[in-house]
Design a protein around this ligand. Structure first.
Ligand code: PLP
Length: 472
């Protein structure tokens, strides 16, 4: 991660100012740094932003209202925010080779909402307005407006199933996307665990969705986006790819050609805080035909933009355009492979038998454990993971049969393939030493094993300090 020589002074001064007003908050901020430093973080969706990215967020840009887009604001005095947003968007376009970038979404869910409504506006609302010879929805009479509302609410979405690694926002009922769209899922081949493109094509032909969503939260392989676009074109769907998890691998040119979604999908969404290593936030990339609809994100579905976070996105995107970041992205994947190989050699069962991205999905039922037991036992020993369903999971989404591991954070700290092999050993030790209890949440793990693994994990982290220039 790029270091900042004076970050120590800056963070100290900032914490002193907070402490003077509300010492408990200063205390918690300090404790969070200690916790981050002391945990062996294998959560696939987390990372450590650079000091420059963090510092770009803590300032008076936060005080400005800036509804609208660059040069077209609903508030006066947005010259600086215009500059910030334009620079962030320019970095995003250049980095990903996109026609258009919208950097306002506050998170991945928000980015998806912007994208869904942009497609609905382009494919449903705009043709209806043309048909009715109206310029704006406000020009419609009650009956026409009601008919359009029904039409907007009657559209179909095809997304990856949750147990194959999809995300709640891809049309599932607990999320607004499942309430907006009629949804069907595509999944993976039960024999291999790999995405079943032929079955996806069949479902698409039969279901005729308006939107096919590509992208995942827990699928450990690359996806062929050229193939997805071919299927989308065949059935008249818009291809929307949510690259929240692997945006850093696209940015770092590890995923290129058919595996880079940007040249293939009409619209791509992402978070900025996972493998991309930026501030917590979201972003939408799209082709020119969707740009005007995407730019209506605020106030259509987003609250006012966060100029300070857009500034931090600009900093992180500038970092991601450097050769150093490309090296980082490659190491993330090398580390995931080393972790997977180390686990396999020690007898683990992995979904799809390995990885070619940053994710390793371990089926812990091979050890007689639920995901919940494995997650808790590993945490006792200082290894932070999260439980995750595996395909056709008999334990459901709460207890699960899997744990998801990811390498972006530890790679940022500088751990390499040798350390990944050692971590595989530590994980195996915990999983093979944990006895499942009477319920799916209970387990016992010998205190000596906990102490031994936690001690070794701490040594590994000690050799790769987090934010070494910050002495807090
Ligand atoms: N999309 C995918 C694929 C994700 O994995 C996630 C978060 O885990 C999101 C969207 C939501 O991102 P956020 O938590 O920033 O709203």
């Amino acid at each position: 991660m790029p270091t900042a020589p004076h970050a120590d002074t800056a963070f100290r001064a900032g914490l002193d100012a907070v402490r003077a007003v509300e010492p408990r908050i200063a205390e918690l901020i300090g404790q969070e740094l200690t916790a981050q430093r002391e945990s062996l973080k294998l959560i696939a969706s987390e990372n450590y932003a650079s000091p420059a990215t963090l510092l770009a967020m803590g300032n008076w840009l936060s005080d400005k209202y800036a509804e609208g887009t660059v040069g077209r604001r609903f508030y006066a005095g947005c010259q600086q925010v215009d500059g910030v947003e334009a620079i962030a968007a320019e970095h995003a376009r250049e980095l990903f080779g996109a026609d258009h970038a919208y950097v306002q979404p506050h998170s991945g869910i928000d980015a998806n909402l912007v994208a869904f409504w942009a497609v609905l506006a382009q494919r449903v609302e705009a043709p209806a307005l043309r048909r009715l010879e109206a310029r704006h929805v406000n020009d419609l009479g009650e009956a026409d407006w009601e008919a359009l509302r029904q039409e907007l609410g009657g559209q179909r979405m095809l997304g990856m199933s949750l147990d194959a690694g999809g995300h709640l926002t891809h049309g599932f009922r607990p999320n607004i996307s499942g309430k907006m769209f009629h949804q069907r899922s595509y999944g993976t081949d039960p024999a291999t665990g790999l995405l079943d493109y032929a079955a996806l094509r069949e479902t698409a032909r039969e279901f005729r969705p308006l939107i096919i969503v590509g992208g995942y939260s827990a699928y450990p392989r690359r996806v062929d986006f050229a193939k997805l676009r071919e299927i989308a074109d065949e059935v008249g769907a818009t291809l929307l790819v949510d690259m929240a998890h692997f945006a850093g691998l696209v940015a770092g040119k590890v995923f290129t050609g058919d595996f880079d979604p940007v040249p293939h999908a009409q619209i791509v969404t992402t978070t900025t805080h996972k493998s991309l290593r930026g501030p917590r936030g979201g972003m939408v990339l799209c082709d020119d035909s969707l740009a005007e609809h995407v730019d209506r994100g605020c106030p259509m579905v987003l609250g006012g933009p966060l100029p300070h976070v857009m500034a931090a996105k600009a900093v992180a995107l500038a970092e991601a355009r450097t050769p150093a970041f490309a090296g980082y992205a490659q190491r993330v994947v090398d580390n995931a492979r080393a972790l997977a190989d180390g686990l396999l050699r020690r007898g683990a069962r992995l979904v799809t038998g390995g990885t070619d991205n940053h994710i390793v999905l371990v089926d812990v039922s091979a050890h007689g454990l639920t995901g919940r037991q494995a997650e808790a036992a590993l945490l006792d020993a200082g290894i932070v993971t999260n439980r995750n369903a595996v395909p056709q999971d008999p334990n459901g989404a709460w207890y699960t049969s899997g744990i998801r591991l990811g390498t972006p954070a530890l790679t940022t700290r500088g751990l390499g393939t040798d350390e990944m092999d050692e971590i595989a050993e530590l994980i195996t030790t915990v999983l093979t030493s944990t006895d499942p209890g009477a319920s799916k949440a209970r387990y016992t793990l010998d205190a000596d094993v906990v102490a031994k693994v936690a001690g070794r994990a701490s040594d590994l982290l000690g050799a790769h300090p987090l934010y070494p220039e910050i002495t807090l």
